[in-house]
Design a protein around this ligand. Structure first.
Ligand SMILES: Nc1ncnc2c1ncn2[C@@H]1O[C@H](COP(=O)(O)OP(=O)(O)O)[C@@H](O)[C@H]1O
Ligand code: SF4
Ligand SMILES: [Mg+2]
Length: 325
């Protein structure tokens, strides 16, 4: 069942990157980075987007903030189709949707103080004219930093402080929707939970909507109401997070849960112990994307895409085994 308080919805999103070759640098093939991403996120909710490295998560995030054009599919924001917006509409949307990447060091200009980085963003969007400094100060407080940090360069901050500064800069444009792409993966284990707590606290206070991209199931369990599992550019299961941990139906999700014991979010455990080769993204998917590595594979799996089965309130799965039950 879907709800009418949906902020973001994507339908059958696809992204193929051309591969160029030969002397003439012609298109000789494609990387099928995203084959079908479909999900929705309610206002004020956190949706986890989980999959191993190379499954297309960052590409989905980049499409959502319009750094990348989708090859196919649709994006809706507040019920409006924003797939092809341009000009002033695009500029408006770019303020509402912000992305925070894994590596805070790469996201900040190393030659600018935190103050200048934050004020620059306000100036670009013509916000808080004449009040930029006071607002930068308020943002520091919001993210658990203080005035002195405004005068630091990125290299003068710790990893956790740098990510807080990146969050402050993203919040400077007063966004509604934040895409958090592995926001704690580059941080020391001891500060990962602190940054997740900050994100939770900000959401409770200001009702931000999050898409949390991660390969770490402990992180989604800690922070996401619902979760989407992606494999090779395609969603394979989506469910309320609690239910996913109790009764995952897709063999890939089950394998993920088995290979990653989830004690608490402070413990870093990122190994995916699934046998077989990781998928090759240069051939299009035929049938089930997990067929090469699935212990339960049947003939039909290799040739025909499994249909979407609804197996509970907001719990859907794409697997022939479930279909035949
Ligand atoms: N700009 C690009 N050009 C070509 N291939 C890309 C580009 N960005 C991502 N890819 C490829 O798309 C696939 C998905 O990448 P990505 O979205 O970064 O996955 P994830 O974030 O889940 O690790 C990978 O095979 C990656 O190499
Ligand atoms: S459709 Fe077949 S190959 Fe794919 S996950 Fe289900 S059982 Fe395994
Ligand atoms: Mg990524």
């Amino acid at each position: 069942m879907e709800h009418d308080d949906i902020l973001v919805k994507v339908e059958n999103l696809k992204k193929y990157f051309p591969i160029y070759g030969g002397i003439l640098q012609r298109v000789v093939g494609y990387i099928y980075a995203v084959e079908d991403a479909s999900f929705y996120i309610r206002k004020g909710e956190t949706l986890g987007l989980v999959g191993e490295s190379g499954s297309g998560k960052t590409t989905v995030g980049r499409i959502l903030v319009k750094l990348e054009e989708p090859t196919g599919g649709k994006i809706f924001y507040n019920s409006s189709d924003i797939t092809n917006i341009k000009g002033s509409e695009l500029k408006k949307y770019r303020r509402k949707a912000q992305i925070i990447f894994q590596d805070p060091y790469a996201s900040l200009n190393p030659r600018m103080t935190i103050k200048d980085s934050i004020i620059e963003v306000m100036k670009v969007h013509r916000l808080h004219k004449g009040e930029e400094y006071n607002n930068a100060l308020k943002l520091m407080e919001k993210v658990g930093l203080s005035e002195e940090h405004l005068y630091r360069f990125p290299h003068e901050l710790s990893g956790g402080q740098r990510q807080r500064a990146v969050i402050a800069r993203a919040l400077a444009v007063e966004p509604e929707f934040l895409i958090l792409d592995e926001p704690t993966a580059s941080l020391d284990v001891s500060v990962q939970a602190q940054v997740l707590d900050l994100l939770k606290e900000l959401q409770e206070k200001y009702n931000y909507t999050y898409l949390l991209i991660t390969h770490n199931l402990a992180v989604v369990r800690y922070i996401s109401e619902r979760t989407v599992i992606m494999y090779r550019g395609m969603w394979v299961e989506t469910s309320p997070t609690k239910e996913l941990f109790n009764k995952a139906e897709h063999p890939y999700t089950q394998a993920l849960l088995k290979s990653v014991p989830i004690p608490d979010p402070e413990v870093k455990k990122d190994k995916f112990l699934i046998s077989g080769e990781p998928p090759n993204p240069t051939t299009p998917v035929k049938g089930c994307p997990f067929a090469d590595r699935c212990p339960y594979v049947m003939d039909i799996c290799k040739n025909e895409m499994p249909p979407v089965e609804s197996i509970g309130d907001e719990h859907k799965v794409r697997c022939w085994l479930v279909n035949k039950k």
